[in-house]
Design a protein around this ligand. Structure first.
Ligand code: C5P
Length: 223
């Protein structure tokens, strides 16, 4: 059995990272959360007083900083130049600013290069927006996860409540999710889009286990 490349793309809060983590564990593959990388650049920009629309400064910053991952529970730990940002990159402020950073072609080129390097290790589950289309176009398994905006907002709201972070109402969350999807889908370089050969899974009325089983079956078929 060889390690495959598994690309999981889809809009915000569609459950990508939740299922990607479970699948990586089940098959002994490396997990790479590419959204965490764009969030980390955004965090570093805000931390350094750089306006996310100041393209030149953001590009320089993205070239300077080193983003690293370490195993952790329940979430992988994320570091920028050795400083842990695991929690800080999940705030609404980062979510509201990340699409501007992720729309900069030179920033994407930097991140994509690192993502391809991470994928060389063997079996890999990578989640994001452009994995099946751009980062790993030859991935043996490509999945595009969607769910209604209302359901995605509801899940995020529940998650925030559990983490004690319920600062946004359900309606505010839904509006923020739709706005971020719209920005990610309409940017010029590597917009959020389903790869031609990706399998569409609508998770609106599926459980996490059902989605994991469906993707696991695709992996077994390709092994
Ligand atoms: O997946 P997550 O919601 O953490 O991603 C945060 C943001 O990073 C997305 O809204 C998008 O702007 C950007 N992103 C991207 N390409 C990826 C992963 C994330 O543009 N492969």
């Amino acid at each position: 059995e060889k390690g495959l490349q598994v690309a999981i793309d889809g809009p915000a809060s569609s459950g990508k990272s939740t299922v990607a983590k479970i699948i990586a564990k089940r098959f002994g593959y490396v997990y790479c959360d590419t959204g965490a990388m764009y969030r980390s650049v955004t965090w570093a920009a805000l931390e350094n007083g750089i306006n996310v629309n100041d393209t030149k400064q953001v590009i320089d910053l993205a070239r300077r900083i080193k983003i690293t991952f370490e195993p952790g529970q329940p979430d992988q730990r994320v570091f920028v130049d050795g400083h842990e940002v695991t929690k800080e990159i999940r705030t609404e402020k980062i979510a509201a600013n990340v699409s501007a950073v992720a729309a900069i072609p030179e920033v994407r080129a930097q991140m994509v290069e690192q993502q391809r390097q991470i994928a060389q290790t063997g079996g890999i589950v990578m989640d994001g927006r452009d994995i099946g289309t751009t980062v790993l176009p030859n991935a043996q398994v490509k999945v595009f996860l969607v769910a209604s905006a209302h359901e995605r907002a509801r899940r995020r709201y529940e998650e925030n409540l559990q983490k004690g972070l319920a600062t946004q109402s359900l309606d505010e969350l839904e509006a923020a999710i739709k706005l971020r999807d719209q920005k990610d889908s309409t940017r010029k370089v590597s917009p959020l889009t389903q790869a031609k050969d990706a399998i569409l899974i609508d998770t609106t009325s599926l459980t996490i286990d059902q989605v994991v089983d469906e993707i696991s079956a695709l992996i077994k078929k390709n092994q």
